[in-house]
Ligand binder design. Sequence first.
Ligand SMILES: CCC/C=C/C=C/C(=O)SCCNC(=O)CCNC(=O)[C@H](O)C(C)(C)COP(=O)(O)OP(=O)(O)OC[C@H]1O[C@@H](n2cnc3c(N)ncnc32)[C@H](O)[C@@H]1OP(=O)(O)O
Length: 280
Amino acid sequence: MQKQYDSLKLIKVENVGEFVYKVSLNRPSKFNALNMEIWKEIGDCFQWIDEDPDCRVVILQGEGKHFCSGLDLGGISLFNENDTNDSARKGRNILKTIKFMQKQFTYIDECSKPVILAMHGYCLGAALDIATACDVRVATKDAILSVKEVDIGMAADVGTLNRLPKIVGNHSWIKDICLTARHFSAGEALQFGIFLFLRVFDTREEMINEVTKMAKLIASKSPVGVQGTKNVLNYARENTIENSLNYVATWNMSQLFTDDLVKASMASFSKQPQPPFSKL
Ligand SMILES: CCC/C=C/C=C/C(=O)SCCNC(=O)CCNC(=O)[C@H](O)C(C)(C)COP(=O)(O)OP(=O)(O)OC[C@H]1O[C@@H](n2cnc3c(N)ncnc32)[C@H](O)[C@@H]1OP(=O)(O)O
């Protein structure tokens, strides 16, 4: 694993299997509340992972009792109290801050490596914004979620309102949880917000064991195949089928010349396990 991850103070990165990284929010004494430092580190970390040939899949989780209690209500000041600018100029400054905060989570969505979120305990406000930027979400049955922003007097602006409707089909349920900011369980999400979670586990240990197996399976596959698949699925989410078909044709125009295709299809045809693939 490359050295740059050691510079992170509130994010822990571990190698938990061949080509599998576990990334942990690591501020357990504050239930992993997100101050500006950890917010920036999330963005830095996923930009590095995007380029890191030793990583093919990520498990994201929170250290301690809870995944994450959202925005650090004590430690983040969104407004500069000494800013004597008029409202137009103040507005431009806050726009810059919001865009920066959005981008740090978008790096997860845009990361070329699939990100599996393993959630437990509280997942409040900005924590759900993170969750919606991940590729696959699982949770323990004790997970408590809330689109909490209305409770602090704002519309959520770093991802949940934008990504959740692309994940969950039940719009009445989305409006219910976003407008009331009420707590809901992972079990409720499975029932009404079908597809928010792939699975809900009884214990954290079982959840981590299962996602590690899943991550190792993905990591054993051709990185050309896996990364191309995430990229095209993300494109398909935002575009017409016709545009998306054109996109994948253009993508594969170069990607089909890979050695991975020959190696993987030979193994598949002869019912052998997937062979090792070159780093990507
Ligand atoms: C442009 C901006 C975009 C972003 C917007 C994002 C918005 C949001 O995220 S809205 C959601 C904000 N979060 C909250 O409203 C949760 C606040 N916390 C709580 O309600 C409770 O702490 C909680 C229900 C999570 C747990 O309660 P419990 O009684 O079990 O524990 P506590 O003693 O309250 O907490 C333990 C220590 O953690 C600190 N802490 C927890 N959450 C936060 C937080 N969000 N911000 C700052 N600090 C937090 C808490 O202060 C305790 O610390 P200490 O007193 O030092 O022991």
